[in-house]
Design a protein around this ligand. Structure first.
Ligand SMILES: [Fe+2]
Length: 148
């Protein structure tokens, strides 16, 4: 399956907080890297394992930082936003569980890779939607409260 529409971070996704913007850019980059590994003809298990572990750690680190930022800004929809983050973690954990299962099976079939690829692409699309919509809402809140 081709992946011609590579999704990347762009300034329109900015939340006006340098560190969060950097993290978002890196996250998108790392998910794309994972897609790249899965799309190669001979999937390299070592790289896959490394990318999967890195992404999990980074996702958690980023979400914790963003939650701290929202909380210290007194964002009123914090709890609701945090719930969405928990769903992202859950989604990733499921993906990682399937990935581990496939990696330990003797024949890593193209059908299984295709399935994993669909999941991680969905993860990326959902995350970009989240940055464009939910994250923009706290960014706007911070902007307005600073201007007041
Ligand atoms: Fe968020």
């Amino acid at each position: 399956m081709d992946y011609d529409k590579k999704l990347v971070w762009g300034p329109s996704m900015s939340v006006n907080e340098e560190k969060i913007d950097e993290q978002h850019e890196k996250l998108i980059e790392q998910i794309n890297k994972m897609i790249g590994i899965l799309s190669s003809l001979n999937v390299d298990i070592g790289s896959l394992r490394q990318a999967s572990h890195f992404l999990y750690t980074y996702v958690k680190e980023h979400l914790a930082y963003e939650e701290g930022y929202m909380q210290s800004a007194g964002y009123p929809r914090f709890e609701e936003h945090k719930k969405i983050h928990q769903d992202f973690i859950q989604f990733y954990k499921n993906f990682q569980g399937e990935l581990k299962k496939e990696m330990s099976s003797p024949n890593f079939s193209s059908l299984e890779i295709e399935k994993l690829m669909q999941q991680i692409k969905e993860f990326l699309t959902n995350w970009i939607e989240h940055i464009k919509k939910d994250d923009q809402e706290y960014a706007e809140y911070v902007r307005n409260s600073q201007g007041a």
